[in-house]
Design a protein around this ligand. Structure first.
Ligand code: ZN
Ligand code: ZN
Length: 142
């Protein structure tokens, strides 16, 4: 039996379903994550692209070129603006889903890495066992 995780935006018009378990879960305090979430960090849950299905609603895409010169296509609900999902030139074949947009409370996944720790708030303590990167990892394989 396959495992499914569903989620959607604040207004309910965009809904998605991810199949299986995430391939990578990271927390990140880079400027992009802070601004797209309006929070101190973003939690990114990555699935293989073919395992994420959009069930309804329409998304608007914004392309950002990172400091490293690579594109980030983030997609948000046209109606309510919730930032839901993105693809990265850095991680081909994967689709990121915003950790807070799943219907289930987030205890079913756990970040295994913390990226851009140099810009995390002082009050946030990274749990033991999480791999910490001061900035961007040097390659997608790390
Ligand atoms: Zn919406
Ligand atoms: Zn980030």
């Amino acid at each position: 039996m396959s495992e499914f995780h569903e989620g959607g935006c604040v207004c309910g018009s965009v809904r998605y379903r991810a199949k299986g378990s995430p391939k990578r879960v990271s927390a990140c305090s880079c400027e992009w994550c802070r601004k797209r979430t309006g929070s101190a960090l973003g939690v990114s849950v990555y699935f293989e692209e073919e395992n994420v299905e959009f069930l309804q609603g329409s998304l608007k895409t914004h392309r950002l070129i990172s400091d490293a010169g690579r594109w980030i296509d983030s997609q948000f609900c046209k109606n309510c603006g919730t930032a839901l999902t993105w693809t990265l030139e850095f991680l081909p074949g994967y689709r990121g889903l915003a950790g807070g947009t799943f219907d289930e409370p987030s205890s079913w996944f756990k970040p295994e890495r913390y990226v851009f720790a140099r810009t995390k708030p002082d009050w946030l303590k990274i749990p033991d066992g999480v791999k910490v990167f001061d900035g961007m990892p040097g390659s997608a394989r790390e």
